[in-house]
Design a protein around this ligand. Structure first.
Ligand SMILES: Cc1cc2nc3c(=O)[nH]c(=O)nc-3n(C[C@H](O)[C@H](O)[C@H](O)COP(=O)(O)OP(=O)(O)OC[C@H]3O[C@@H](n4cnc5c(N)ncnc54)[C@H](O)[C@@H]3O)c2cc1C
Length: 817
């Protein structure tokens, strides 16, 4: 069952039917397209900041071409017009961004062109050249008529057997206990025309989704925002082949329509709308023209395209659209079994619908989409988003800065600080510069550390260009001191999950590629794989008792990993006797690492800490001073030391004890930016960047975690099949760039010496302690050998790099020191 007759619902219905699932009913409370879809500007742009999202947009374009060709057969066509799109730079910084995007586009095979100012004007003769530095042109972008697209989707779906009921409003749901015995499962949809039994429900209700999902108790943080564009009467010089044009520095975009122009943009003073519920009768309706709010955009539009000043205005169209707190779609399965969401398209629903239709159909039918959708996954949001005000503040912030250049490591400000660890006041007193992840305030670096005397000119390490913007010399100082003496990090935000009960071990053995059946106190680094052998989770598991396990995973992955494990548990017999709980809030975690870490901690405990009695990858309960602690000898920085976990109420005391004990041992407080530098040097992977559901452990260089002898675990067959088929064709390689201050930050193309594009950077940065610039990228296996020369494109320039061993401790001697 699909709820919603907009472009989202239509695309999902079509893709489900194409994949063979024709027992599909669509219900729409009014007429098809009567939500946000009918008033869209219809622009379709493909290049996005992430690989999966760009792939989705590319699939949209393929689908729209196909539907256009099917026009005669369907009796309707989307009006797909593939005339390309131009994005211009009106500042030097923007030109740098466009060069970077031009680089990314090569890894997608999108055929994007980099243009000079006059070449831009040749493509779009009505524009002025004031301040224009250049532009990029993507020939396969275009525009269409949103209502016709939606009608085409529904016509094609109906042809394949889907049934569509308009004027049918969903009023409630029926649920039963979930098969797993945990939570509920949706089994029935109630409408004002009667009830329908169903196995799966997809809420594709645009800005109305929040209310529909709330009927089931599911939080979907979508904020309706008024969004405007101007439509003019015909203007001389506007031809039907005039491409769309975006001028993000001036916050405006243009496209041709009926010989005139459509001009819209993103205002600095956005207008959230009807926050306490979309009116019952809000269909085929618009909001009043808001000229005051549009005035700055109008001024920008006239500056860039002077012909608009004299043009006759047909309408200032003001329509609401569902935006989200991070400007990404909200897709995927909710905590109620069988209830999926596909909404919050943030003014990209037309461009995205084809891709959304495909991934949602796969998600419902196969259990996972074929593209890594984590950044769009509904599970990325935590509990704070059930607050309307909080969701609104975050959404307003991203909307008002939509066209800004978003430099890597930029921090959002709205709604902060929210989640604060026990050590937070102590960190603040030390001059901490905080960053935010999943609403946790986390240390990025400590300002005073910039003055530490580490024997080198730290400022001289500042990276060139963008990478040098959100950079601080303290980051380098902290990383260097961790290698030389010791550093302490507040990692309380780490997600902690408990898996307990008689079948806990059996369940984990089914889910993990590594063998979890080890002695109590063992710590195992493992991946959880999907049926394709791709990495769904990457985490450590500590055996606390025969039937009790603790998982530690990244701050942002709590809901994702918890959701994955619970869903697998629900379909496996082993899941019946295991409880899975998020215990993140219950414990503070402090990481202390470096050659002097043992000396520092030993002052505070009678537990012998030397490797002989407390080996690497083991955990012991001990008292650190009076603080009851679970000490785990693991590291994410490549140095000997511990993650010390204690009940939250002891966290402040633990920080004070350790910091004081380290005073005579050069202990420094460190932040996450130093951790990132240290982990890059050691080659530790980050899930979502270096390893994703599209990569197998063998490809990711994590084959050492795969234990094939511990039974039939998820993904085992796929791994075996791939190994039998000649092994991985690509491998994650460590690239060390020739110039330590030329720094890749992710997504940059990598080419062979012969010039062929091989892949893209998954993550990169500086290794401060080794004076290196490091990037990771999947490259063909034959090139993933030490000494291979490749190039990485950093802002339009190809920088030489060598496939290298990880710069720090490749043999792993220090973690066992
Ligand atoms: C001014 C403006 C310009 C835009 N320009 C562009 C653009 O150029 N390019 C682009 O890609 N995107 C653009 N968009 C965004 C795009 O229009 C939307 O993202 C897209 O239309 C959303 O589609 P949808 O199917 O999610 O939602 P909708 O079209 O809103 O459909 C949801 C449907 O669910 C139905 N529904 C709600 N509650 C119930 C219920 N209880 N029972 C049954 N049915 C229910 C509603 O009646 C509605 O028809 C623009 C949006 C605006 C406002």
């Amino acid at each position: 069952m699909i709820i919603g007759g907009g472009v989202g619902g239509g695309a999902i219905a079509f893709h489900l039917a194409e994949l063979g699932e024709t027992d599909v009913v669509v219900v729409e409370r009014n007429e098809l397209t009567s939500g946000s879809t009918f008033h869209s500007a219809g622009l379709v742009g493909q290049l996005r900041s992430s690989l999966p999202l760009t792939r989705m947009m590319m699939h949209s374009v393929e689908t729209y071409r196909r539907l256009e060709a099917m026009g005669a057969e369907l009796g309707t066509a989307p009006g797909w017009t593939e005339i390309g799109s131009l994005r211009i730079a009106s500042s030097d910084e923007r030109m740098e961004e466009l060069r970077r995007q031009h680089g990314w586009s090569k890894t997608f095979g999108l055929g994007m062109e980099l243009l000079s100012p006059t070449e831009c004007q040749e493509r779009f003769p009505l524009m002025t050249l004031d301040g224009v530095r250049g532009g990029i042109f993507l020939p396969t972008d275009g525009h269409l008529d949103p209502s016709s697209l939606t009608n085409s989707f529904f016509a094609a779906a109906k042809q394949l057997g889907v049934s569509v009921h308009t004027h049918t409003r969903v009023t409630g749901f029926g649920v039963q206990p979930a098969n797993s015995g945990r939570g509920t499962r949706v089994t029935r949809v109630d409408t004002d025309q009667g009830s329908i039994e169903c196995e799966a429900v997809i809420a594709a209700c645009g800005m109305y989704t929040t209310e529909v999902a709330a009927l089931l108790g599911v939080t979907v943080p979508i904020v309706p925002m008024a969004h405007q564009y101007l439509i003019t009467k015909p203007i001389e010089g506007v031809t039907s082949d005039l491409p769309s044009m975006r001028d993000p520095d001036n916050l405006v975009y243009f496209r041709n329509q009926g010989g005139g122009l459509v001009a819209g943009g993103y205002e600095r003073n956005p207008a959230p709308w009807s926050l306490h519920g979309v009116p019952r009768d809000f269909n085929y309706r618009l909001l009043d023209e808001d000229w005051d709010r549009f005035a700055p955009l109008m001024e920008s539009a006239i500056t860039r395209v002077p012909a608009i000043e004299q043009a006759q205005i047909i309408q200032l169209l003001n329509g609401p659209e569902g935006f989200t707190p991070d400007n990404e779609f909200i897709l995927g399965p909710s905590e109620v079994d069988g209830f999926f969401v596909a909404a919050g398209f943030c003014a990209h629903g037309i461009a995205g619908a084809g891709g959304v239709g495909r991934v949602m159909a796969e998600w419902v039918l196969d259990g996972t989409p074929s593209i890594d959708c984590w950044k769009m996954d509904i599970r990325r949001f935590g509990g704070a988003y059930s607050s309307r005000d909080f969701a609104r503040d975050r959404t307003v912030e991203v909307y008002s800065t939509y066209y800004d250049i978003h430099y890597p490591n930029e921090e959002r400000q709205a709604g902060r600080p929210l989640r604060r660890s026990a050590a937070y006041p102590a960190l603040a007193a030390l001059g901490c510069s905080f960053g935010e992840k999943s609403m946790w305030e986390r240390p990025n670096w400590f300002e005073p550390n910039a003055k530490l005397n580490v024997g080198i000119d730290l400022e001289a390490q500042r990276p060139h260009g963008w990478a040098g913007r959100h950079w601080h010399p303290a980051i380098a100082a902290e990383a260097i001191m961790c290698r030389r003496a010791a550093a302490i990090f507040d990692e309380s935000s780490f997600a902690k999950l408990r898996v307990e009960g008689p079948t806990a071990l059996a369940l984990l053995q089914r889910l993990c590629d590594n063998d979890i059946d080890r002695a109590v106190g063992s710590i195992v680094y493992t991946q959880l794989l999907n049926d394709r052998g791709g990495i769904e989770c990457d985490l450590t598991i500590t055996r606390l008792g025969d039937d009790q396990f603790q998982i530690v995973t990244g701050t942002a992955f709590a809901t994702h990993d918890l959701g994955w494990i619970r869903r697998q548990a629900a379909r496996l017999a082993e899941g019946a006797g295991a409880t899975i709980t998020d215990v993140t809030a219950g414990a503070s975690v402090l990481g202390i690492w470096g050659p002097l870490a043992e000396t520092i901690v030993q002052q505070l405990t009678d537990t012998p800490l030397a490797q002989a009695s407390f080996p690497y990858l083991t955990a012991q309960r001990c008292s650190i001073g009076p603080v009851p602690t679970l000490a785990s000898r693991v590291t994410f920085v490549g140095e000997s030391g511990w993650e010390l976990m204690c009940p939250t109420e002891f966290g402040a005391t633990l920080w004070e004890l350790l910091f004081e004990a380290g005073r005579d041992h050069q202990l420094v407080a460190g932040g996450y930016r130093a951790i990132d530098s240290l982990r890059l040097e050691k080659g530790y992977r980050v899930w979502g960047a270096d390893v994703t559901p599209d990569d197998t452990p063998d490809e990711a260089g994590l084959g050492f975690c795969v234990n094939l002898d511990h039974g039939d675990f998820a993904g085992r067959e796929a791994l075996l099949a791939r190994r039998a088929d000649g092994g991985p064709a690509k491998r994650l390689a460590c690239l060390v760039l020739d110039d330590p201050r030329t720094v890749a930050m992710g997504s940059e193309p990598v080419r062979s010496n012969g010039g062929e594009i091989l892949g893209r950077v998954t993550s990169g940065g500086q290794g401060h302690a080794t004076g290196t610039s490091i990037a990771y990228a999947y490259v063909p296996t034959e090139l993933a050998v030490l000494g291979s020369r490749v190039d990485v494109e950093v802002f339009g320039d190809w920088a030489g790099a060598t496939v290298s061993a990880v710069p720090h401790d490749p043999k792993g001697l220090r973690v066992r020191a």
